[in-house]
Design a protein. Structure first.
Length: 402
C-alpha cells in the first residue's frame, strides 16, 4: 500500500511538473479541485466510521463502501491518459530532469571553482598580510626605532610604504599581464568552439556518407601502401643482411690492413735502428782502423832499447823512490819541529797569530838548508817523473814487441 501510494505521489508530481512546463493553463483550478476532493474524502471516512460503530459483522463478512468516484464526488467523465502518453510524458520529464541535473552540476562546478578560487585568493591575501606584517614589524618597529628617543621616524614609515607600493604595483602588473594572456587564450578557445559548433551545424548526412566513402578509399590505399611497406621491409631486411656481411668483410680487411701497416711501421723502425747501428759500427770501425794503423806504424817504426839502459834506469828509479821516502820523513820531522817552535813563540809572545818577524832571526842559519831541501825535492820529483815515464814507455814497447 505504501509503495502504491509513493508511486501515485511520484506520478502526480511528474504530471504536475509536465503541465507546469508545457501547459500551465491546465492546472489553474487544480488546487481547488484537490482541496474539495480531500474534504469530501474526509467526510466519507467519518461516515464509514459511524456505520462501523452501529453495525458489527463477523470476520468473514466483507463490508463494501462506495468509492468517491462512485458516489459522484469526483467526475469520472474527464479524459483518460493512456500508457503511451504516460511514457512520453515520463521521457520528456526525464529529459528535463537530466537537463536540470546537468545544469545543476555545471552551476555547482562553476560555484565550486569560484569558491576554490576565492579560498586561494583569501589564503594568498592572508599570507601576504602576514608577510607584510612581519616585514613591517622587522623593518619599521624593530629596526626603524630610534634608540635615543625610542620613537619611529616618519621617514622610515614613508620609505617602507613606498617600497610596499612599488612591490604591490609590480605584482598587480604581473597579474594584469597574466589575466590578459588568459583572456586572449579564452577568447581563442571560444572562437574555436564557436567554429566547431558552426561546422557541426552545417554538416549533413550526405557529408557523413562522403566521408565514409573517402575513408573506405583511404583504407584501401592504406592497405595497398601497407603491402608495399611489407615488400620494402623484406627488401630492406635482405639489403641489411648483405650490408652486414659486407661490413664484416670490410672490418676484416681493415683489420688485415691495420696489421700490415703495423708490420710495415715495425719494419721501418727496425730498419732505422739497423741503419743507426750500421753507422755506429762504421764509426767504431773507422776508429779501430785508425788505432790499428797507428799501432801498425808504431810497431813498424819501433826500436827496442838496450837492456843495460833499462836496468840502469830501473835502479835509478829505485834510488829515487828511496830518497823520496827519506826526504818525506825529514820534511815531516822539520814540520813537527816548526810547529813546536811556533807554539813556543805564541806562548812567549802571547800572540795568537804567526808573525813574519819570528823567521827573520833564524833565516840566515836555516835558509841554506831549507833552500837545498826544496831544490833537492823538486829535482828528485822531476827525475822520478822522467824515470817513470821512461819505464812505462819501455814496458809498452816490450809488450808490443812480444
Amino acid at each position: 500500500m505504501k509503495a502504491e501510494t509513493l508511486h501515485v505521489i511520484t506520478e502526480n508530481d511528474m504530471f504536475e511538473r509536465y503541465l507546469t512546463i508545457n501547459d500551465p493553463a491546465a492546472i489553474e483550478g487544480m488546487e481547488t479541485t484537490i482541496e474539495n476532493a480531500i474534504k469530501m474524502q474526509g467526510a466519507e471516512t467519518v461516515r464509514r466510521a459511524t456505520l462501523a460503530e452501529n453495525y458489527s459483522f463477523s470476520s468473514d463478512t466483507k463490508m463494501e463502501y462506495p468509492s468517491i468516484a462512485a458516489s459522484g464526488l469526483i467526475d469520472k467523465g474527464g479524459p483518460r491518459i493512456n500508457l503511451t502518453q504516460k511514457s512520453d510524458m515520463a521521457m520528456r520529464e526525464l529529459e528535463e530532469l537530466q537537463k536540470s541535473l546537468k545544469k545543476f552540476h555545471k552551476d555547482t562546478h562553476r560555484r565550486k571553482c569560484n569558491l576554490k578560487a576565492e579560498l586561494e585568493e583569501l589564503s594568498l591575501e592572508i599570507a601576504e598580510y602576514n608577510d607584510a606584517l612581519d616585514n613591517f614589524e622587522q623593518t619599521v618597529v624593530i629596526e626603524g626605532m630610534d634608540p635615543l628617543t625610542q620613537r619611529i621616524p616618519a621617514e622610515k614609515f614613508e620609505r617602507f610604504m613606498q617600497e610596499s607600493l612599488k612591490a604591490s604595483t609590480a605584482v598587480v602588473q604581473r597579474y594584469r599581464l597574466r589575466q590578459s594572456t588568459l583572456s586572449a587564450h579564452l577568447r581563442k578557445l571560444n572562437e574555436t568552439l564557436k567554429h566547431k559548433k558552426e561546422v557541426g551545424e552545417s554538416l549533413h548526412a550526405v557529408d557523413f556518407e562522403k566521408l565514409e566513402i573517402e575513408n573506405n578509399h583511404f583504407i584501401k590505399e592504406i592497405d595497398a601502401r601497407t603491402l608495399q611497406l611489407i615488400d620494402l621491409k623484406t627488401m630492406n631486411g635482405g639489403a641489411n643482411l648483405i650490408l652486414t656481411n659486407q661490413k664484416k668483410f670490410l672490418m676484416k680487411q681493415i683489420a688485415e690492413i691495420q696489421e700490415i701497416q703495423n708490420n710495415i711501421d715495425e719494419t721501418k723502425n727496425k730498419t732505422e735502428q739497423l741503419e743507426l747501428e750500421i753507422e755506429n759500427a762504421e764509426e767504431q770501425l773507422d776508429k779501430v782502423t785508425a788505432h790499428y794503423e797507428s799501432i801498425k806504424e808504431m810497431t813498424e817504426e819501433y826500436k827496442v832499447p838496450d837492456v843495460m839502459e833499462y836496468v840502469r834506469l830501473k835502479s835509478k828509479l829505485y834510488d829515487l823512490r828511496k830518497n823520496i821516502k827519506i826526504w818525506s820523513r825529514r820534511s815531516h820531522l822539520q814540520n813537527v819541529a816548526l810547529n813546536s817552535s811556533i807554539r813556543e813563540m805564541k806562548n812567549l809572545t802571547s800572540s795568537k797569530k804567526v808573525l813574519d818577524s819570528w823567521f827573520e832571526t833564524v833565516l840566515p842559519q836555516t835558509s841554506s838548508s831549507v833552500l837545498d831541501f826544496t831544490l833537492l825535492g823538486r829535482k828528485s820529483v822531476s827525475e822520478r817523473d822522467d824515470s817513470s815515464s821512461t819505464i812505462e814507455k819501455s814496458g809498452s814497447d816490450s809488450n808490443i814487441s812480444d
